[in-house]
Design a protein around this ligand. Sequence first.
Ligand SMILES: C[S@@+](CC[C@H](N)C(=O)[O-])C[C@H]1O[C@@H](n2cnc3c(N)ncnc32)[C@H](O)[C@@H]1O
Length: 277
Amino acid sequence: MYPRILQKFDNLLVKIVDRYTNFRWYKNPLTKKILASKEEYLKIWERAKEKKHKLIDDFEEKSGFKIDKNWYHQLALHTQVVVKKSDIVYVHGRLLYASLRSYIEKNKPKNINITETGTARGFSALCMAKALEDSKICGKIITFDVLPHNHKMYWNCIDDNEGKKTRKELLKPYSELSEKYIWFHQGNTKTELPKLQTDRIHFAFLDSVHDYYYLMSEFQNIKDKQQKGDIIFFDDYTPKLFPGVVKAIDEICEKFNYSKEVITISEQRAYVIAEKL
Ligand SMILES: C[S@@+](CC[C@H](N)C(=O)[O-])C[C@H]1O[C@@H](n2cnc3c(N)ncnc32)[C@H](O)[C@@H]1O
């Protein structure tokens, strides 16, 4: 039997090593201070809500599925509306919801495994959880991020005005949905994705590091777990901003036999829905 004192030492050592390795993710990595007042965040939100996106409307029309607009904008206020130079656009939530529901309707899986890389504040994972809930299907969404789930920090969002929060606290209004469907896993996808033991990933959203090598390495851990009809959703298919992402997606679709539906809404925003053929 391992002596109690050694057990304690072991626990402490493991914690220290983990904290040391992930040190920078515990030091307010997104912002050290509050970047805007509640009113300013609300103004950014109002501007984002006003924008029309005909291509996304058409996609929803074609798929036959549309996320509840009020629910989606309310979630975006806490998880997408940030202070940054470029415009705030979060239509990928609508696309994820519609494409996932349409996948479920077409393939009728008994339950569904979803993997996401790049949780951030949890917006995309929750849009997918909403799709599972509305489809009345069992499933799991495993989402990876280097950012911790249970450490208080500023998130560059409206909630910062109430003090530092953990991601869990930020998403408290959605706790029922997230507890039912989402597993938040902290860590670098390079080391953590290979540890994921499952035979099947029906639907994946790859949205962590936007470069060729990371995307290809994440895909390496997904590719053998997908079957005909399964989906990978990609963000940032924008040649000027992320040439490495475009190169990786083109290579994945061509060499590994995926169809490629590109949805370009501007030079800064484009998405790819790739279906395994
Ligand atoms: C573009 S954001 C994700 C946005 C999110 N999917 C959404 O729609 O709200 C990218 C996220 O990837 C995380 N990230 C960056 N490098 C990573 C890595 N090597 N492993 C895991 N997560 C990483 C960042 O911390 C950041 O939160």
